[in-house]
Design a protein. Structure first.
Lengths: 131, 168
């Protein structure tokens, strides 16, 4: 009985896999295009560009310490938090997004601002911690 | 006299119960098929709904779930309707309902005001989530799935061919 049930569950899980794979490949293609390779601290240090830092962590974490000049932005509070970032941003400046939702927020910024100069940080931001 | 009434009631119950169970199975299957199809073609919106629960941290995990879960619902719902792989489908449906109910309770407990993600519907910002209603609906579906699973499990046990007798 249990073996029969497990076989049926496995069959259904497998059946769902193929259409999910096709659907995912079709629907997430543009989503993938919005993503850019994360930037490493070494690349930042080697770059001559100016940066605008975006912090995706909670308000409490942000208050406890953040990168120098960073502005908070989360997907949940997008509308109220985006204006200060737009004020600080200039097309020549790169937006560097850090925190657990870094890649997601970076992808949305790329989509919403229609710019490619937005990268998520791969690694530790503490090097740029405000003194 | 009493015996006649009781046996008439048992006969009536025997006649009425199968169509009710049949309707319950079709309703459950149809609902899963419908919600699965709606979500399957609105992956990004569904991913946002999952993200709003705040239970999964990784964006990749959320996306994978948003892509796969609707097709699992479709497969389980279709299986219930066409009466194939019913036992597995009912276990999946009951397990999913358990997870959905748990996630809903957790969102309610944390005071979140989010769309439940069941139908990826656009929720007007002015309306608040009625968790009690959503929870009642989920519990009713969970109860139906569990009841059908119990019946199907029993039926499958009875239908199971007996092991051949050992020859000494």
């Amino acid at each position: 009985m249990i073996v029969q049930a497990l076989r049926q569950i496995a069959a259904l899980l497998g059946l769902a896999l193929l259409p999910a794979f096709v659907s995912g490949a079709i629907q997430l293609q543009p989503h993938r295009a919005e993503r850019a390779e994360p930037i490493t601290p070494a690349e930042i240090l080697a770059s001559a560009q100016e940066f605008v830092w975006v912090d995706t962590r909670t308000q409490a974490d942000f208050d406890a310490g953040h990168a120098s000049g960073a502005t908070r932005l989360t997907v949940e509070d997008w509308d109220p938090l985006i204006p200060p970032i737009l004020d600080a941003w200039h097309p020549d400046k790169m937006l560097i997004v850090y925190g657990p939702a870094g890649e997601e927020v970076a992808a949305r910024l790329r989509k919403d601002l229609q710019v490619k100069n937005v990268r998520a940080l791969k690694g530790d931001w503490q090097r740029w911690k405000a003194k | 006299m009493e015996g006649k009434i009781v046996s008439a009631l048992v006969r009536l119950l025997g006649k009425v119960t199968p169509p009710i169970l049949h309707a319950a199975r079709l309703t459950l299957g149809g609902l899963f098929l419908y919600t699965g199809l709606r979500k399957a073609f609105a992956t990004e919106a569904f991913a946002r709904d999952i993200q709003n629960y705040g239970l999964l941290g990784s964006a990749d995990a959320i996306l994978m779930l948003a892509v796969y879960l609707p097709w699992l619902e479709i497969a389980a719902g279709a299986a219930l309707i066409v009466r194939r792989l019913q036992l597995g489908a009912l276990i999946i449906v009951a397990a999913l309902m358990l997870v959905f109910t748990g996630a809903l309770c957790s969102a309610w407990f944390r005071g979140l005001d989010i769309s439940c993600g069941c139908f990826v519907e656009e929720r007007p910002l002015t309306t608040r989530t009625h968790f009690a209603e959503l929870l009642a609906r989920d519990l009713a579906l969970l109860l139906t799935a569990t009841l059908l699973l119990r019946i199907e499990w029993r039926r499958a046990s009875v239908d199971k061919p007996a092991a051949p007798a050992q020859v000494s």
